[in-house]
Design a protein around this ligand. Structure first.
Ligand code: BES
Ligand code: ZN
Length: 635
């Protein structure tokens, strides 16, 4: 067995060691080999303190009360563990939660301690085990500044009457409010009883296990996830929430003020689930519901199982941004069924999902739209290569080295777009029919299990290449995954994808704008146009653009961002009021981070603007966003 394959096998063994569903990979390794590879530790998750081969969490049962006044969730976490008989302790991940007591299932106290704190990872939480300990009961509360949680005042919601709480676990944030082993390779079933003020609703990323029970001024909700999932996928939202069904197994939660527009925008969701099943196999999670969060939500979407979390900024009124739903839905296979074993293989989650997203878009909205989104993706990929050190940049590899770094350092369009391009390249070489069968098989063979780059390559070789030396050479598999830059066999964008837009971009260089065409263009066509304009623009030309297309007041948030990005790069004063509105009305990281960074690094023009806006905008930004932006020194 070659070394990468061995490492892959070890990771699979190690991470699903005690999981009943786990099957040893072909050519399973001996105990001795396991020990040898573990000694080199290159297969372990560098972002977790857990030692799952000694003792691992198999089920988490939370019983928590949500205290809005104190900004804390507190109660108990009961952990069922699987362990080697001689294990003396179990190591959990922690970042800031406060523990008052740990006992076993019969109430006997267990000793515990916290190890040294790492800035990114938090502290190991080490609990002594007795020879017979199988269950731990941890009494704890989260800290008011827990990284995963955002507490919103009523004023920060759409309804303005009730407070709101939501969590964001990916990548390593759940260790701020859930005492468990926070590694994507250590899958756990889980359940939760959540008690909230009676006028509020608590929803989670799992099926409801019972009807809510009201007692006095409190209401308790119960959820249970019967499948083992990566712990970053445990999520909660609490607020004034109402539900609207969209189809037999789809629906949307939102604040009452947002619900009608959300439901209209999401009307194609049920069709998307059906299309996705046709492509990738049965949807295994029961329902596919979504929640539209307040504008603070730091992402476009988050694929929390059974309940995708969404930014309200995708609501454009014309369904033009719903490829976001195709994306989060696709994670129900790529990411939630077959999950990156460690964050180094994040591209397996996001690249596969980005490829799958466009297949769903093609099935629902047609080939032309999908081809255009592929072309936009290729522009984004090339930009990501540039932004990450060019064709030789270490972070332009798909499998990234994140040791000693925060996993979110690997969160670039390389994972998304180079990952998707890799899959498109394989598809083009083996044909769609064979590739579709392969992808479906990949999800089936690895359902509810961690996966690595090496496992993916092994599967490509076993099920597609099958010893065909010419094909093996054509694919350049190792080159794609482990080397920087874009290999020579990448499939270029269709040059016809945006024919008239590209012609308009060329004409714009001579000062003539596509005034007649713009009104008929789709959002993707408008994005192509704005993003392909030369980055350096004269004020007079920006004036003409702004006037012709009403860009400062455009409702579509993606188009507005593309415009503001161009405006900031050119110190365009007339866009500043619009910029200020944009930055203070939503907290999507992809939008606010580049704009504020660009402003802050422009000492003369931008920095004073950023220094004025940031303190006003900051209260609505999620802790994971402010943590980074605070470094800009704008406060
Ligand atoms: N899982 C990601 C969001 C994420 C990634 C959160 C890494 C934390 C760490 C989600 O599926 C995603 O990719 N969202 C994108 C939208 C998508 C259409 C590209 C986003 O939020 O912009
Ligand atoms: Zn994603």
């Amino acid at each position: 067995m070659t070394r990468p394959r061995l490492a892959a096998a070890i990771v699979a063994l190690m991470l699903s060691a005690c999981q009943t569903a786990a099957v040893a990979p072909p050519g399973a390794t001996s105990e001795l080999q396991v020990a040898q590879v573990l000694a080199t530790a290159d297969a372990a998750d560098p972002h977790s303190f857990a030692r799952p081969l000694e003792a691992r969490v198999a089920n988490v049962a939370l019983d928590l009360t949500v205290d809005f006044a104190a900004k804390r969730v507190g109660g108990t976490a009961t952990l069922d563990i699987e362990r080697r008989p001689d294990a003396r302790e179990i190591v959990l991940d922690s970042k800031g939660y406060e523990v008052s007591r740990v006992t076993d299932s019969s109430g006997r106290p267990l000793d515990y301690r916290f190890g040294a704190r790492d800035e990114n990872l938090g502290s190991p939480f080490i609990i002594q085990l007795r020879p017979d300990t199988k269950r731990l009961v941890i009494t704890y509360t989260s800290a008011p500044d827990a990284e995963a949680l955002q507490w919103l005042t009523p004023a920060q919601t759409a309804g303005k009457q009730q407070p709101f709480l939501f969590s964001q676990g990916q990548s390593i944030f759940n260790r701020s409010w859930i005492p468990t082993q926070d590694s994507p390779g250590i899958r756990q079933t889980w359940e939760a009883r959540i008690t909230v003020p009676a006028q509020l609703t608590a929803v989670m990323s799992a099926p409801a296990a019972a009807d809510p029970v009201t007692q006095g001024s409190a209401r308790t909700f119960t959820y249970r996830m019967p499948h083992p999932v990566a712990p970053y996928l445990i999520a909660i939202a609490v607020g004034d929430l109402k539900f609207q069904p969209l189809g037999p197994r789809t629906g949307v939660w939102a604040e009452p003020a947002t619900l009608p527009a959300a439901a209209r925008e999401l009307e194609d969701t049920e069709k998307m689930v059906t299309a996705a099943e046709q492509l990738f196999g049965p949807y295994r999670w029961g329902r596919y519901d979504m929640i539209v969060l307040p504008p603070s939500f730091p992402f476009g979407g988050m694929e929390n199982p059974t309940l995708t979390f969404l930014t309200p900024t995708f609501i454009a009124g014309d369904k033009s941004l719903v490829s976001l739903i195709a994306h989060e839905l696709a994670h129900s296979w790529s990411g939630n069924l077959a999950t990156n074993a460690t964050w180094a293989d994040f591209w397996l989650n996001e690249g596969t999902t980005t490829y799958a997203e466009r297949r769903i878009v093609e099935a629902i909205y047609g080939e032309k739209v999908a081809r255009q989104q592929v072309a936009l993706g290729i522009d984004a990929m090339n930009k990501a290569i540039e932004d990450n050190g060019g064709a030789a940049g270490a972070d332009t590899r798909l499998a990234v080295d994140l040791k000693g770094r925060h996993p979110d350092d690997g969160l670039t369009d390389i994972a998304y777009e180079k990952g998707a391009a890799f899959l498109r390249m394989i598809e083009a070489n083996v044909g769609r029919e064979r590739f579709d069968a392969f992808l479906r098989g990949w999800f089936d063979r690895h359902a509810f299990q961690p996966v690595t780059s090496a496992m993916f390559l092994a599967d490509v070789r076993q099920y597609l290449v099958k010893g065909d030396q010419a094909l093996e050479a054509r694919l350049q598999l190792e080159r794609w995954v482990y080397q920087p830059g874009i290999p020579s066999n990448t499939i270029p964008a269709d040059p016809q994808a945006f024919t008239d837009v590209d012609a308009a971009v060329a004409r714009a260089a001579t000062g003539s704008l596509p005034t007649d065409l713009w009104p008929g263009w789709t959002t993707d066509e408008r994005l192509r146009f704005l993003n392909r304009l030369p980055r350096k623009q004269e004020k007079a030309q920006l004036d003409r653009l702004n006037q012709a297309f009403g860009l400062n007041d455009i409702g579509n948030q993606e188009v507005l961002f593309a415009w503001l990005d161009l405006a900031v790069a050119n110190r365009y004063d007339p866009a500043v009021p619009s910029l200020e509105r944009f930055l203070t009305s939503q907290g999507r990281r992809k939008f606010v981070r580049p704009l504020l960074k660009a402003l802050a690094s422009d000492q003369r023009w931008g920095r004073p603007i950023a220094a004025r806006i940031y303190p006003r905008a900051r209260p609505i930004y999620h802790p994971m966003v402010t943590q980074e932006l605070d470094q800009l020194g704008l406060r």
